[in-house]
Design a protein around this ligand. Structure first.
Ligand code: CA
Length: 228
């Protein structure tokens, strides 16, 4: 079970969610403002944050950005706005999932379990370090090293590299990357992958034309292979 920070200013909604999450066995801390949430996260990072977008002190997107500035912990957005463009923007800004209000406690339970499983927070077992000699990817530390030098990767660039490096030799499809790394299978925008791949390759000192680790298999996907 996990430690959950619930950020919601509506007392009725907050009490209901608090009860649901507590019934599931989670340890829940609740607050009604974004600034208090930031203070709490700075003091102790929870396993999961459930963030209401309509808070009295900060715009939800700003709150998300500020939280992302201090932690990689999974964030589920709870929003009253069923606006696809806004939701896509928030997922790109680092939200792990979203729920449109009102939602049932069963729905919340399913989403929380999925996010915790996907982000490996449920078990607290750290995924294995991948070391090819020249490239070292440490999922626990969320850091990658190329020839001993730490790479400055964004969150998604790291997720992309870690996902591919954990599956050496296998061609991973774009669809799988969207589902497992971006967690948004319905969006189906290849460009998102291309942009991240471009920057990741630059940081790895390679290009699509001259790959070192990330090999494009045209029409199929990407295959990770360590240079011989
Ligand atoms: Ca609200």
């Amino acid at each position: 079970m996990a430690t959950v920070l619930l950020v919601e200013d509506d007392h009725v909604v907050r009490d209901a969610l608090l009860r649901s999450l507590t019934d599931l066995g989670h340890t829940v801390h609740a607050t009604g403002t974004a600034l208090d949430a930031l203070r709490r996260v700075a003091a102790e990072i929870p396993d999961l944050i459930v963030l209401d977008l309509g808070l009295p002190d900060l715009d939800g997107a700003d709150a998300l950005r500020m939280l992302r500035g201090i932690t990689d912990t999974p964030i589920i957005i709870a929003t009253a706005r069923d606006d696809e463009v806004e939701i896509v923007r928030l997922l790109r800004a680092g939200a792990d999932d979203y729920m449109v209000k009102p939602f049932s406690s069963a729905h919340l339970e399913a989403r929380v379990a999925t996010v915790l499983r996907r982000t490996g927070r449920a078990s607290r077992v750290e995924p294995e370090v991948i070391d090819t000699g020249s490239l070292r990817v440490d999922p626990g530390e969320r850091q990658a090293y190329l020839d001993g030098t730490a790479l400055a990767l964004t969150r998604k660039e790291f997720d992309l590299l870690a996902y591919l490096a954990a599956r050496p030799g296998r061609v991973v499809s774009r669809r799988e990357l969207l589902e497992e790394v971006w967690r948004q299978p319905s969006i189906g925008e290849d460009q998102t992958i291309d942009v991240h791949l471009y920057w990741l390759r630059r940081k790895l000192g390679e290009s699509a034309a001259e790959p070192r680790f990330l090999h494009t298999v045209r029409g199929v996907g990407i295959r990770f292979a360590a240079p011989a």
